[in-house]
Design a protein around this ligand. Structure first.
Ligand code: GLU
Length: 289
């Protein structure tokens, strides 16, 4: 076991992010209950080891769309109001399923919904931080998503990769695991370049790795793609958390990672006391506009 992977065994507060595509059946868009069950079991098992776990889950809009799908025509699906309504329907449904599954393993789950405003505004951020801290001290597993029902482009974070890194920062987590439909970072697009090599560990997030990430994005997998994963890596490593990108094909990869085995790409924490997360989040929005 490499020394970096050895460190994983000591992690005490873990944020795990799962994307919509990892929770749905490709053929129908319906939820994959087997995957959800395994996810919940893995999280409860980490909790049972006395560690804190936070889940960042997508799926609100996808589940909502599926619920009303039969009554709507395709063109309407892009409308903001429709998406927000779907999120309202889907988030409640998603939580109902998670609550039921967590209860089966005797764990209490809680819902925390945030927007970009929650993070930018000092008072809201302070409140969110306190809520997380209280939930974790109660032994509860927070389940986080963006509050898509009220969030519009101007106030949204927009993707759950970035959101999960923000949550890691707010909770002082020491590990962030991004479960996606890619194995991790490659030197180049593995679909077009057979010479593309897999990167197991990134000691320091240099420009060289960011360039590789752009090429890996070429494979165009995952909702957020590699770009948002690099934003997450920048936040996570700067606030002092390790981050791992791993393939959600087999959700049991979570305990394999927690056992210190070499799965996914590990980005080593490099705590920078001068890093200002809020300014960084604001700057992301400015470059987009
Ligand atoms: N918050 C969105 C949802 O639950 C997903 C965002 C993302 O997948 O990055 O549908």
């Amino acid at each position: 076991m490499s020394s970096l992977r050895n460190e994983i065994l000591k992690k005490q507060r873990i944020v795990i992010k799962i994307g919509s595509s990892s929770l749905q059946h490709k053929e129908t868009g319906d939820l994959d209950y087997t995957k959800m069950e395994v996810l919940v079991r893995e999280l409860c098992n980490i909790r049972n080891q006395g560690k804190d776990v936070i889940l960042v889950t997508s799926g609100a809009i996808a589940v909502g769309k599926k619920a009303v799908g039969a009554f709507r025509v395709k063109e309407e699906e892009g409308h903001l109001g429709f998406k927000q309504a779907c999120a309202a329907i889907g988030q409640a449904k998603l939580m109902m399923i998670y609550q039921k599954m967590f209860a089966e393993y005797n764990q209490t789950a809680a819902q925390v919904l945030v927007t970009r405003d929650t993070i930018i505004n000092d008072l809201s951020r302070y409140n969110a931080k306190n809520t997380f801290s209280e939930l974790l001290s109660l032994g509860v597993i927070p389940i986080v998503n963006e509050n898509d029902t009220v969030s519009t482009y101007e106030i949204e974070i927009g993707d759950n990769d970035t959101l999960s890194a923000i949550v890691a920062a707010l909770t002082g987590a020491d590990l962030l695991i991004l479960l996606s439909d890619i194995d991790g970072l490659y030197t180049d697009d593995p679909r077009t370049n057979p010479q593309a090599a897999f990167i197991e560990e990134v000691e320091v997030l240099t420009e060289e790795y960011l360039d590789m990430a752009k090429k890996t994005t070429g494979s165009n997998v995952g909702t957020g793609g590699m770009n948002t994963k690099m934003i997450a890596a920048r936040i996570a490593t700067n606030i002092g958390a390790d981050m791992i990108i791993a393939n959600s094909e087999d959700i049991r990869i979570i305990h394999r990672i927690m056992d210190g085995r070499k799965y996914g790409t590990l980005f080593k924490a490099n705590k920078d006391d001068d890093f200002r997360m809020v300014s960084y989040i604001q700057s992301l929005h400015e470059t987009e506009n």
